[in-house]
Design a protein around this ligand. Structure first.
Ligand code: AHM
Ligand code: MG
Length: 341
């Protein structure tokens, strides 16, 4: 038997005790997010059965419409948190505008931004997907939250986390006091502390992770960076291994545990990259920073960027500090007179 068994609930309460002024509001949000993670996990685990019980988006044997999983995940998180009384507004990748708290419920001092099911195009082929969340304090005047509460730079996050639905379901979060990982025991329906105080290994594993299919649209600096990581630029670099799942949560989870460098660079077609700043890049950056790593958009610290719109994108270089530093250096060097975008 392990020395102690710590559920996520107990862990959240223990953490809260370290802050005598804590009201419990914040703990309650984390607990509700864990509950939503369990509900989404249950549906993700059934995904392979949709052809048997009725196609997603169509009707099941009961004549009910089966929701697409990303829409389901969006709804579950909203409904798990809309009535808790601690949030003033929410925003999700699945909704164009901010999500107000319904009038009949109280509001509070926190803001939740989330990507309900990142990598959801992988669902049909049984590949890992995940949920990402970012929590800020309310900054606007007035009782109900506004877009101003959502448009805050990442360094103001007071918590960030993700749930990864892989060979097991894991919830990883930070409030700026260490990064902690919990594995869902499906037989008892509890997240149990399995990875306390996660630190990225130093040196990190030499793994790079990027969609190389986009190479034809990359800047010369980006091409050079990848050639360097492959040991093809005449330097003495021992080559890196390549790994790319195409599910950011899964790729960054591996990067957090093993070290390495995950990238989604800008390219000619997507001058600001693909990933969303507020609910993809920033929360992952807070977690990786807190575990000893680093995250930049090529030149700027991800957490320093002031967002201008809810769904804005950002290039992302994230992982072991030494490899992000290396990327930053190579991206800043002139190549054939072409300076990185
Ligand atoms: P999504 O939020 O629509 O799922 O898109 C984000 C996903 C990330 O998980 C992943 O890193 C990236 O898209 C993969 O994109 P690509 O297929 O261009 O490599
Ligand atoms: Mg996403």
């Amino acid at each position: 038997m392990p020395e102690s068994i710590v559920t996520i609930e107990r862990h959240i309460i223990d953490q809260e005790r370290q802050f005598p002024d804590a009201t419990g509001a914040f703990s309650s949000i984390l607990y509700d997010l864990a509950l939503a993670g369990k509900l989404i996990s249950r549906e993700v685990r059934k995904a392979g059965l949709v052809d048997i019980i009725g196609k997603t988006g169509g009707t099941n044997v009961h004549g009910e419409t089966v929701k697409k999983l990303d829409v389901f995940a969006h709804d579950v998180i909203y409904k798990a948190l809309d009535h808790c009384g601690h949030l003033c507004v929410m925003a999700s990748e699945e909704a164009e505008d901010v999500l107000p708290i319904p009038d009949q419920f109280h509001t509070g001092n926190y803001v939740l931004l989330y990507d309900p099911l990142d990598g959801s195009s992988n669902i049909d082929v049984n590949v890992t997907v995940g949920t990402i969340f970012s929590i800020h304090r309310k900054v606007s005047e007035g009782e109900r939250g506004t877009i101003e509460d959502c448009l805050q730079p990442g360094f103001r996050q007071i918590a960030a986390g993700y749930v990864v639905y892989g060979s097991s379901t894991m919830l990883v979060y930070t409030t700026g006091h260490g990064v902690h990982g919990f594995t869902l025991d499906p037989s008892i329906g509890e997240f149990l502390l399995s990875h306390p105080n996660i630190r990225m290994p130093e040196p990190g594993k030499r793994i790079y992770s990027v969609n190389e299919g986009n190479e034809g649209r990359w800047s010369n600096q980006q091409k050079r960076l990848i050639r360097h990581l492959k040991g093809l630029d005449g330097g003495k670099t021992k080559s890196f291994s390549g790994r790319y799942i195409g599910s950011m949560v899964a790729d960054i989870h591996r990067t957090l545990m093993y070290g390495g460098l995950f990238m989604y660079p800008a390219d000619r077609k997507s001058p600001r990259g693909k990933l969303r700043l507020l609910y993809e890049c920033s929360p992952m950056a807070m977690i990786v920073n807190e575990a000893g790593g680093r995250a930049i958009d090529g030149t700027r610290d991800i957490l320093s960027i002031s967002p201008e719109s809810l769904h804005e994108r950002s290039p992302l270089y994230i992982g072991s500090k030494e490899y992000v530093d290396l990327a930053e250096r190579i991206l800043s060097e002139e190549v054939d007179g072409d300076v990185a975008a």
